[in-house]
Design a protein around this ligand. Structure first.
Ligand SMILES: O=C(O)CCC(=O)C(=O)O
Ligand SMILES: [Fe+2]
Length: 230
């Protein structure tokens, strides 16, 4: 199976925008049939574990594993996740790291992002000539999910450019789930609604978050995210 991209558009304009603000969006990234195939696969609930931050560690547990816990323990778990989040650290969302055993639609999108053509375009847009490959994960943010402020540049890893491919049609910006950027001091700057079929690219040193998905969101926020690495 293959997933295909549309023509990426005017590289010089995209590069100028990236240079100006360290973030740029490519709209209408995937070809229509490929987009439908991916959107259909990404909504299947079985793919995801809940990723969250607790006791200073990144953890993962499926819905079934959480449901098996006594109700009081479940409540305490979310209380603990929230009390760390209140201090500005942490996250809760559904995550599926794309690996060999992943659904073929997920592998195909990662293959596209690693194709010579896409890699060359991303290098040209970001002026990062040393990019070698992309890793990826499918993510699902449900009501109550969030990812607090952070940067993606982790010591010891070779992440250079973060990407987010929006795979939810008809997202309402009042539902939350915005990709929010900040100044270093925490002042909010731009926020992007996770618009369908847009590929957002940003510098891994930019401070950002995914805002809380509100209790009245009528959909889940799905995307494929990851990093172009050197
Ligand atoms: O989903 C997004 O918009 C951004 C995700 C993100 O910042 C991350 O996974 O590090
Ligand atoms: Fe991030």
């Amino acid at each position: 199976m293959t997933i295909q991209a549309n023509n990426i558009g005017n590289i010089d304009e995209l590069a100028a925008e990236f240079e100006r603000q360290g973030v740029v969006r490519v709209f209408n990234f995937l070809e229509q049939n490929s987009l439908k195939t991916l959107a259909n696969a990404i909504e299947q609930p079985g793919h995801y574990d809940n990723a969250f931050y607790l006791d200073g560690q990144n953890k993962q547990a499926s819905d079934a594993e959480i449901k098996k816990l006594p109700v009081a323990t479940q409540q305490q778990l979310f209380k603990n996740i929230h009390s760390i989040a209140a201090k500005g650290a942490g996250f809760l969302y559904g995550r599926h790291k794309i690996e060999n055993h992943s659904p073929r639609e997920f592998k195909a999108v990662l293959q596209l992002l690693n194709s010579d053509n896409v890699l060359a375009n991303i290098r040209a847009i970001t002026n990062q000539t040393q990019l070698r490959f992309a890793d990826g994960q499918a993510t699902r943010y449900r009501r109550g999910d969030f990812l607090t402020r952070h940067i993606d540049n982790i010591p010891g890893e070779t992440r250079r450019i973060a990407y987010v491919l929006g795979v939810t049609p008809g997202w309402h910006p009042d539902w939350g789930g915005l990709l929010q950027f900040f100044e270093q001091d925490g002042t909010p700057t731009q926020a992007w609604s996770p618009s369908f079929n847009s590929l957002t690219l940003f510098d891994v040193n930019k401070v950002h978050s995914v805002t809380y998905v509100t209790p009245f969101a009528e959909k889940n926020r799905y995307s494929v995210t990851g990093w172009f690495r050197s």
